[in-house]
Ligand binder design. Sequence first.
Ligand SMILES: Nc1ncnc2c1ncn2[C@@H]1O[C@H](COP(=O)(O)OP(=O)(O)O)[C@@H](O)[C@H]1O
Length: 176
Amino acid sequence: MAKGPVIVLTGTPGTGKSTHAELLVNESPIPLRNINVSEWVKERGLYENYDEEWQTYTIDEDRLLDELEPLAAEGGLILDWHTCEVFPERWADLVVVLRCDHSKLWDRLEKRGYSLKKIQENNEAEIMQVVLEEARSSYPPQIVIELQSETTEDLESNIARLVEWIKLWLQNQGSS
Ligand SMILES: Nc1ncnc2c1ncn2[C@@H]1O[C@H](COP(=O)(O)OP(=O)(O)O)[C@@H](O)[C@H]1O
């Protein structure tokens, strides 16, 4: 039996995935392993090349999935990434899509030192809800939830909801 659920935590860069993941790890009733997939890809060299113009890596998806597969099977995992369609549907117990007002997002990405081009690209993606659509077309609707991540209050209530969801997941595992 899986040690815990697999939570795919996604959203446009800057919406608050890392912030949520860190807090959720601290507050979860069971140990969760948090994988920041972008960092994981860099550390393990799971990319084919680096695109200077867009300042992004072209991911070697086959190798990435091979490396993550045993961890997903084990469970108790948060997968933090700005895209989610790559992961097999069977891995995910919950897909959380974080959302943020685009002008707020712009400020966050500017502070992060992103190029104007990258800020514009991400800002537009957030307005067009690209990640949400991707999640909805890749996973069953009942496991996809959209959460606002604009304020500290949002953050706190999101974490409280996720902690409750994990407790329920554990209860359901025990009774099945
Ligand atoms: N709900 C929130 N309320 C206030 N600030 C937030 C919230 N979520 C994220 N932030 C801030 O926005 C910035 C980007 O958050 P981060 O977690 O790094 O995003 P991501 O991992 O999605 O790229 C950080 O400075 C973080 O403190």
